[in-house]
Design a protein around this ligand. Sequence first.
Ligand code: NAG
Ligand code: NAG
Ligand code: ZN
Length: 463
Amino acid sequence: MSRVIASDHVLIGSEIVPATVIFSVESGKILNIYKEVLSLDSPVLSRYDVAEFRDVSPLHVLPGLVDAHVHLNEPGRTEWEGFATGTKAAAAGGVTTVVDMPLNAIPPTTTLENFHIKLEAAKGQTWVDVGFWGGLVPDNLEDLVPLIQAGVRGFKSFLIESGVDEFPAISLAHISAAMEKVADYKTLLMFHAEMEPAEPVAANATDPTLYSTFLESRPDSFETTAIAGIIGCAAKNPTVPLHIVHLATHEAVPMIVRAQQQGLKVSAETCFHYLSLSAETIPNCSTHFKCCPPIRTEGNKQLLWKALRDGVIQTVVSDHSPCTPELKGLERGDFMEAWGGIASVGLGLPIMYTEGLKLSPPVSLVEILRWTSTNTAKQVGLGHRKGQISVGYDADLAIFDPAASHKVENARTFFKNKLTAYDGLDLQGRVTETIVRGNTVFTLADGHSKTALGGLILEPRVD
Ligand SMILES: *[C@@H]1O[C@H](CO)[C@@H](O)[C@H](O)[C@H]1NC(C)=O
Ligand SMILES: *[C@@H]1O[C@H](CO)[C@@H](O)[C@H](O)[C@H]1NC(C)=O
Ligand SMILES: [Zn+2]
């Protein structure tokens, strides 16, 4: 049985063209693509057992987003988020794959046993496909290879306190030790790249309700110090690819350019919030804007966009990292004690589209989907079947209406804790339907599918 979606705007390769996409409901794969808008009585369609035909013009048919950085927090901190609520929020925004971070769930994904506990918790609760990152902590070097063999897509670690006791930070020396352990396997080592410089600058600000106090407490130099160390590790051992998660400072961009020019395997992502929010407009006491590294200045934001468009930063992700309202502590407005993390899985596409329209030249949907789908799919070792609309690929599709606008409202989000830094923001463009491996999991009109049709991704990386 096949479904057919035609539109005068389908993202194929690096252009948006009229096309008709035929995909199988059983295999979930794209069977064929015709670069014209066919109608149901087109003779070529008679070869397929067509159960449904739709011409959705002028809506755009895009590859589903692959969000490579999401904290679903289940089990253990399911009151913060969970597989069901987190993947429903993803589905509502055209995200068809999320990759779960190893920390903030209890136990963290640092051993095979812990990984099995997480998989058990995820079963039957995923509205989109879910892959998993493992964690690299000081005492689990022997667990890395078994975790790779069990299907984790790579490892995340911290060079500074992670915020949760059960996920301790590692040293630069430990990165080199981990690289030796995994050198014969396809994997990716990723870093929360903040580290105290050898000679820290004294932070003078004391009022914890001012955003500037928080910003001053985690200066750009925390990121450049960590990134210099990571690049040093890449230079010593060029076999294992290293990735910087949530890059927030433009000051590290020249270092990354140099490393990439030297042929070192160093990649970087940034997040929707670093490209859409800036320190100057974050109200004091508004702790729902707290994340680490912090959102920096407007000028910094513009330079991150430039690094992205120059190809130095390859991917954009949510770093969806919610918590309970108590831990966000909005009543107290104390940035220094609030949990750091912004809830945004599923909001990325219209955020990127809205912000991108303000740039000159405006950012195209082709660029946005390259950063949020094609490149993220490659980053997580799924570039052979996700991240593009191509024959043989998974039929993971987002149907997008660029002409629709809407206001983000906390109450209408699908997060477990309905609190986001984007509340009240007017966004241009809206996802009207999301299809995961051939099955519709969300429509704007009818909401989510009754059953959780997403799968758990445990196959080895293809690089
Ligand atoms: C704190 O004050 C000292 C002395 O005025 C200054 O050198 C330093 O740069 C200030 N720290 C920050 C983070 O602004
Ligand atoms: C926060 O408070 C400081 C000190 O009163 C002020 O200078 C700054 O403009 C305030 N920030 C915003 C966004 O209102
Ligand atoms: Zn994170």
